[in-house]
Design a protein around this ligand. Structure first.
Ligand code: SF4
Length: 97
């Protein structure tokens, strides 16, 4: 018998190699406040992702609490429209300065 030595991985991440988001690394996947245009692009990417169901399971199993995963925000700010409104208000404030 060939026993595997060494520490066990915390989780199996092999599914991530097929993740559609890995082909768009410039998008703000780990942010909680994102402009509407980018939210729409991230949502479209997740909707077409071949591992979306596995991603959703991963989020629940690991209790992810931030960023955009499997088509939605995972922070306390879970409404994309609210997040966009917050982002837009910051842009307006910046423009007035
Ligand atoms: S469903 Fe998950 S793995 Fe797929 S693109 Fe969205 S965040 Fe990435």
């Amino acid at each position: 018998m060939n026993a595997v030595k060494g520490p066990r991985p915390l989780f199996d991440s092999r599914w991530m190699t097929d993740a559609a988001c890995t082909r768009l690394p410039g998008l703000p996947w780990t942010e909680n406040r994102v402009p509407r245009l980018l939210v729409d692009l991230m949502a479209e990417t997740c909707a077409a992702c071949p591992v979306q169901e596995v991603c959703e399971d991963f989020v629940h199993e690991t209790r992810v609490v931030g960023g955009w995963w499997a088509g939605s925000f995972r922070s306390e700010c879970t409404d994309p429209d609210t997040a966009t409104a917050v982002a837009d208000s910051h842009e307006s404030t910046d423009d007035a300065a």
